[in-house]
Design a protein around this ligand. Structure first.
Ligand code: LLP
Length: 411
């Protein structure tokens, strides 16, 4: 936690300096924090061959991808375009796990041709892959374990009603297809959702994965997915990855012994790596009073940070300009022509028009879920590293909004 007496700084650079240079709204990422989160995982899971496939969808900026590559991460991607960004950032195709859902077989063929690791999410695509490539293209299987994980139902994906993965109940059907085409299954995967705090969820997945794995003799890895919770609210704790490692690593090693070979342990963390490293800096444009509520209207909205509206997610807000002001309660809202409430009845040091506010935990699924709704350009992005602020994406302009429009004149 930062002291309110010091100017609010990110990676040693005061936010006021960055706002002077780049304006608001502005995304800022602390590169050191990103690397240290990766290292926390690297250090926790010792005694196994660990591969951390950073879930690029959380924050796809090329400079961030490069930073993580340098720190030893691989990538998990969900689209060909994410994979292409990975290649541009210098990842080798073999470092990239392609985990799509609901894409066309043509896209899977493209991924095969690019040399990515393929993760298959339906029996239909497994059948098509087998028919086209037989044993020549190895693939991983994404299983749906029917586990309810994490507290937020909007981001749970391992339950029986979820569209993701192949139901574990269809394991015999999977084997029929694998045997028919002699498909080389090189990995098994389960991802049950986001914001998972309880190690038990991963242990439940592990049990299912280990049980299934014994019947696939050519495995190279088992992926336990992503989803490690991070702290969003003051006083809240994220997933204890050391505790998870203490439970999972011995079980994994024992399983490898039974399996007869050492396998690689994979994870696909997104939030854990970049959430807490990211901040969205906004300006309070307007204070508005109703008989019931005091609104703070800021120069951003769900076009830039949709998590509070989409998932009812809590993002801590810091009033950088008036940290010692008397505490009052506000509804912090955006400038979009919809009800875009960032925070309801939130106690903050008194906010005055023109104050600089900072949203915490904006690194994951912040910019990457941003849009141009209301024809608002998306913010610039800054990466602070070794005490220096680097502009890593320029603020969009009107040209960006019109670039692909084809103007037909009907006059
Ligand atoms: N692996 C797979 C297959 C995934 O689908 C995801 C996230 C991850 C890994 C990374 O999960 P993480 O470690 O970031 O929790 N936009 C939502 C979260 C949805 C994540 C979608 N898949 C949010 O802002 O909370």
């Amino acid at each position: 936690m930062q002291s309110d007496l010091l100017p609010f700084a990110i990676g040693g650079v005061p936010v006021t300096h960055m706002v002077e240079s780049y304006g608001t709204p502005l995304y800022v990422y602390d590169g050191q924090k990103i690397v240290s989160q990766l290292q926390t995982l690297q250090r926790a899971f010792t005694g196994v061959t660990l591969r951390l496939k950073y879930a690029a969808k959380a924050l796809t900026n090329l400079s961030v991808l490069k930073l993580l590559r340098g720190a030893g991460a691989d990538l998990d991607v969900v689209s060909i375009e994410e994979a292409q960004l990975g290649l541009l950032a210098g990842y080798r195709p073999g470092q990239i796990l392609y985990t799509p859902s609901g894409v066309s077989f043509d896209e899977i063929v493209q991924a095969v041709e690019m040399g990515l690791e393929i993760n298959i999410d339906s029996l239909s695509m497994l059948e098509k892959l087998g028919r086209k490539y037989g044993s020549s293209v190895p693939c991983c299987l994404r299983l749906n374990p029917h586990i309810v994980a994490g507290g937020n139902t909007k981001i749970q994906v391992g339950h029986i009603n979820s569209k993701f993965g192949i139901s574990i109940d269809y394991i015999e059907d999977i084997h029929r297809v694998v045997d028919r085409y002699q498909i080389n299954i090189n990995g098994l995967h389960i991802h049950t959702g986001s914001d998972i705090k309880d190690p038990l969820v991963f242990m439940q997945s592990a049990n299912i994965l280990f049980g299934a794995a014994l019947r696939f003799p050519h495995l190279r890895f088992i992926s336990f997915g992503g989803g490690f919770k991070v702290a969003y609210q003051p006083g809240e704790y994220g997933a204890d990855v050391q505790a998870l490692a203490r439970e999972l690593v011995p079980g994994f090693r024992a399983f490898c012994k039974r399996y007869g070979r050492d396998l690689e342990m994979w994870f696909e963390p997104g939030k854990f790596i970049v959430s807490e490293a990211g901040y969205l800096l906004v300006r309070a444009n307007v204070l508005k009073q109703t008989p019931a509520v005091t609104f703070v209207g800021v120069d951003s909205g769900f076009n830039h940070l949709v998590r509070p509206m989409f998932y009812d997610a809590y993002h801590e807000i810091v009033n950088v300009s008036n940290p010692d002001g008397p505490r009052r309660r506000y509804n912090v809202v955006g400038y979009i022509c919809e009800t875009d409430t960032f925070a309801q009845d939130r106690e903050l040091p008194e906010v005055r028009e023109g104050d600089l506010l900072v949203f915490r935990n904006a690194g994951a699924y912040g910019f990457s879920m941003a849009s141009n709704y209301n024809s608002r350009p998306r913010p610039a992005e800054v990466l602070v590293y070794n005490g220096k602020a680097h502009l890593i994406r320029q603020r969009e302009t009107l040209q960006d909004l019109t670039r692909n429009q084809v103007i037909v004149d009907f006059e």
